[in-house]
Design a binder for this molecule. Sequence first.
Ligand SMILES: [Zn+2]
Ligand SMILES: [Zn+2]
Length: 141
Amino acid sequence: MILTGRCSCEAVSLRIDGEPLAVRQCWCRRCQKIAAGGPTHNAIFRTDAITVEGEVASDSYLADSGNTLTRWHCPTCATPLLAGSSARPEMRVVRLGVLDPPHELKPTIAIWTSEAPDWAIIDPTMQAFPAQPPAPPTSQS
Ligand SMILES: [Zn+2]
Ligand SMILES: [Zn+2]
């Protein structure tokens, strides 16, 4: 599929040409901080499927797994754009909020549900993981 996206101020745009490997909702505490209290919503694509235009900024932290997590955002409007793990450079997470509607992506997996607040309503039809699940296979089939 071909998808396009942009940050709030439109200084950064994305183009994706490929199939999503997974679409997930993440309730980890770090995601709650960038998502204003809720989960982030993330589509995982092969890194080579994604083209970014415009200047982006990033921050990185050492995850409990020992891997370095990097998150990219617009330096002007701070819209979260992408994230990736040092353990899987061939994959990138795309924040669902930046994608231009309409598109068919919706989360089918909820992760880090152990860190969700008491009031969180997690769709019971989603596959749920209390912490980090295994990485999706990189093949598109
Ligand atoms: Zn922006
Ligand atoms: Zn998270």
